[in-house]
Design a protein around this ligand. Structure first.
Ligand code: ADP
Length: 450
């Protein structure tokens, strides 16, 4: 319990209030004591002046202390003191308690007030006051007691309120934190749909928001992983079952194990091997682990070198190829091999999807978009084009517009996905425009070398 937030907060508040109350009590009582002392002195002075003036009046009227006892008793009663009057000859002539009348009184512990009338010594007056019975001090004592009571009561009420408030407050703070740690535990056990409610603003709400977004990312990543595994299994299954089918047919004597059968088997095995290679490359690219060697390169040179290998196929389909490459293009900062791969993929698709007698145009030019300077390379064809509903998905993994035909032509559906990752690894963007029946235009940007 001592580690709980509400307990620590409550304890802190209680201690703070206690210290405050004790400090106030200390200063207030000091002040009251000072004031009381001062007032006591003033009132004692005033009282003794009153007493003496009565006694002087008495003496002045009769020129003797005879029968002063009644005045002494009266004055003592009114002033709340004991008065002893010792005449000049040392005999007690007045005592408010009558005990010492007629005796010779000398008390060294009390200092008397000496009475003179001109030069004549009249006697000593002892005024003995009981401090507790002092009529002027009593209000101070009452005030001090009442202040003490109020401080005690106020302090207790403040501590009680503080305890209740801190309890409620800390519950409000800790309950979302408790919910968060519960959700985090569940998340750790694989319940990726865990989310917490975000209430209000402030640090705890920000924490809850951060948790939710982290949980969302985790869930999304897990979904991607599952999809990937399912897609890969699905893609591997087809060539594998083809191989299996061929082998079973050969075993059962349905198909001759001749050169044609072996060629078919080899084609399926090549497809499998290409798929595995591309998957490996894609996973490296998605993890950002492709090792790219950036250098300032001449993109027109790269394009001119990429084209010749396609000549036989272009000639076979009677496709005309046009190059539109300005002489003054700036150098680009690229990994030659990787951009060559991107161009190879785009040319491969263009050749595959362009009908006999069509045309392919490869162009490059400077583009300024998003601030920096870029060189844009485009591959346009007069092929069948891509339907509008397929365009947003064309760069997704294993996406094919015509599933059956693409598989027949050996396409893995990974080429454009890898091309996009490679272009993005260079900081560029790859886009597509297409009109079904008219053709497609794929273009990508590359950073100009500074
Ligand atoms: P594939 O290996 O199947 O070619 P890609 O990722 O390279 O995979 O292409 C994905 C799909 O996009 C292809 O299956 C095809 O349907 C479509 N596609 C790509 N390039 C073109 C193009 N130039 N003309 C028409 N369709 C294209």
């Amino acid at each position: 319990m001592t580690h709980r937030l509400w307990f620590r907060l409550s304890l802190t508040f209680a201690v703070i209030i206690l210290v405050t109350v004790v400090t106030i009590y200390f200063f207030v009582s000091e002040r009251i004591a000072d004031e009381m002392e001062y007032y006591k002195t003033i009132s004692a002075q005033y009282r003794s002046d009153q007493i003496l003036s009565r006694l002087y009046l008495f003496y002045w009227k009769g020129r003797s202390w005879e029968s002063v006892q009644t005045v002494v008793e009266d004055t003592a009663r009114v002033s709340g003191t004991r008065i002893i009057l010792v005449a000049a000859n040392g005999t007690v002539v007045g005592d408010s308690k009558t005990e010492l009348l007629g005796t010779n009184y000398t008390d060294s512990s009390e200092s008397p007030v000496e009475m003179f009338l001109g030069a004549q010594f009249l006697g000593d007056v002892y005024i003995i006051a009981d401090p507790q019975a002092e009529p002027y001090v009593a209000p101070f004592l009452r005030l001090s007691a009442s202040i003490n009571r109020s401080l005690l009561l106020g302090g207790s009420v403040a501590i009680a309120i503080a305890l209740i408030l801190t309890f409620v407050l800390s519950r409000r703070i800790t309950s979302p934190i408790g919910a968060l740690s519960k959700a985090a535990r569940r998340l750790g056990h694989g319940e990726l749909s865990q989310r917490v409610r975000v209430r209000g603003e402030g640090e705890v709400a920000a924490l809850a928001q951060a948790f939710n977004s982290m949980a969302g990312d985790l869930e999304y990543a897990e979904q991607l992983r599952r999809n990937m595994v399912a897609d890969v299994a699905h893609e591997l299954r087809t060539p594998l079952s083809n191989i299996q089918g061929y082998l079973e047919a050969i075993r059962d004597g349905v198909v001759e194990p001749d050169a044609a059968a072996i060629r078919s088997l080899n084609e399926e095995a090549s497809l499998l091997s290409r798929l595995v290679n591309e998957l490996q490359e894609l996973s490296l690219a998605e993890a950002g682990e492709l090792k790219l060697v950036f250098q300032a390169e001449d993109i027109t040179k790269l394009v001119r070198q990429a084209v010749p290998p396609w000549q036989p196929q272009l000639a076979g389909k009677e496709i005309s190829l046009f190059l539109d490459l300005p002489d003054d293009l700036p150098l680009v900062n690229i990994d030659w091999q990787r951009i060559n791969q991107v161009l190879h993929n785009l040319l491969e698709n263009a050749v595959a999807h362009t009908l006999r007698g069509g045309a392919i145009n490869v162009a490059a030019g400077v583009a300024t978009s998003g601030g920096g300077r870029w060189v844009e390379v485009s591959v346009s064809d007069t092929g069948e084009g891509i339907p509008a509903e397929d365009l947003p998905h064309i760069f997704e993994r294993f996406y094919r517009v015509d599933k059956s035909r693409a598989r027949a032509t050996g396409g893995s559906g990974l080429g454009l996905t890898i091309a996009r990752r490679l272009v993005e690894a260079h900081g560029g963007r790859i886009t597509v425009q297409s009109k079904p029946g008219r053709g497609s235009r794929f273009s990508f940007t590359l950073p100009v070398a500074e």
